[in-house]
Design a protein around this ligand. Sequence first.
Ligand SMILES: *Cc1c(COP(=O)(O)O)cnc(C)c1O
Length: 494
Amino acid sequence: MVEYNDLIFEISRPGRIGSSLPESDVESVDIQNKLPKHLIRDVPAELPEVSELQLVRHYTALSNKNHGIDNGFYPLGSCTMKYNPKINEDVARLEGFSRIHPYQPVETVQGALEVLYELQEELAVITGMDAVTLQPSAGAQGEWTGLMMVKAYHAQKGETRKQVLVPDSAHGTNPASATVAGFETITIPSNENGLVNLEELKKHVGPDTAALMLTNPNTLGLFEKEIVEIAQVVHEAGGLLYYDGANANAILGKTTPGQMGFDIVHLNLHKTFTTPHGGGGPGAGPVGVKEKLIPFLPVPRVEKDGGNYVLNSNHPLSIGRVKGYYGNFGILLRAYTYIRTMGPEGLRQVSESAVLHANYLRKRLEPYFEAPYAQICKHEFVLSGSRQKKLGVRTLDMAKRLLDFGYHPPTIYFPLNVEECLMIEPTETESKETLDAFADVMIQISKEVEENPGIVLEAPHSTVIGRLDEVQAARQPILRYEKAVEVEKETVKS
Ligand SMILES: *Cc1c(COP(=O)(O)O)cnc(C)c1O
């Protein structure tokens, strides 16, 4: 049902006020003469004028419209929307962490540096790498950081290798990061089993290969069984192996990129290590490297000198600083808390449950949807809506129909090598009841497609706004307050 409040976007009234400030008791500065002319406003800023209660209701109403992991199932493949334990928030809020400043002398923030140091060590163990930087603030920035180290590594040997190989199932950030780092991307097609085609790979590997970027398990949720051979082929040609570890949910405590033969890996702490994400908020994409790449890590590095923790910038081969200060500290704290509360056994359990849940859902749904790779999967799996498409209903329509049942849809139309793709990642934190309820709804939708397709084609029926123009919403988002025009109020009245 559409509420009256949902239609009134403009609640500002001239002169209404939500706060009261005490009289200023400092002498006012003559701004006109102190600031450059072009920085001074001619007219006062047009800010919304609302009471405190209206403001509270406005933001509460907005938060209620937002679907998050705390209010419902969110099986977004490749994005690992798992539950984020609240103890992480408690720790990130501790005054000793939240009220320090990056410019403080290092002697006064030894505890914070100890956390960073220990997190580096733990992530090195988890990934099978020799050293880790915590600086990058997203997976994509981690990729770019890793590739800049690849470049520096080859340059140090007097080589200018230009090509980065990326399989066709890769996350879009892989070719994008390679391009931003100045490489040329070569796409390697998958074979009929959804895995890297070793013969194709061999054709493209050569003296110009800087690196191969790979995710294992790949974005189809399948484990690259030939990973050792793949690593050998690339290494023999003098290239490096980059592991996209954004989603490490299937390998924690089971295997490591280091064991598989990778030289560089990034992790998304805001996926695998329970930092809330999805709204474009802060993230963290630490990068681990093998011994031979340590000299190129970003500076300053958090190191231990006797009993003290130090920030060391004295690494002449470093690619430099990639982020202001030392990374997104609050996110790093949450990941540290998560790793310490789970322990090695707990992290192993994460992988086992994530894989079990994915396979349980896969088995329940396979009779109702096309399953291009019907085999044991890791933490996620793909289905195809091609059967439903023949009946005139597309995957997008089924995704919209899921909204009517209070679920966030899975990732759709990715990876690109699966027609009408649905990519489902239930994560380890859901109960069997939730998995069953979701499966029941998916099965119901598949039946609706056959018996009453209109209800799917016109979905969603229960949300405040129906289908958005997603292209326009992405290309021309209205991100700042603009006083609403009179027309809107009239529409409400009529
Ligand atoms: C999410 C994701 C990325 C990118 O991470 P961001 O933090 O969004 O930049 C890269 N690769 C894979 C496989 C991902 O799932």
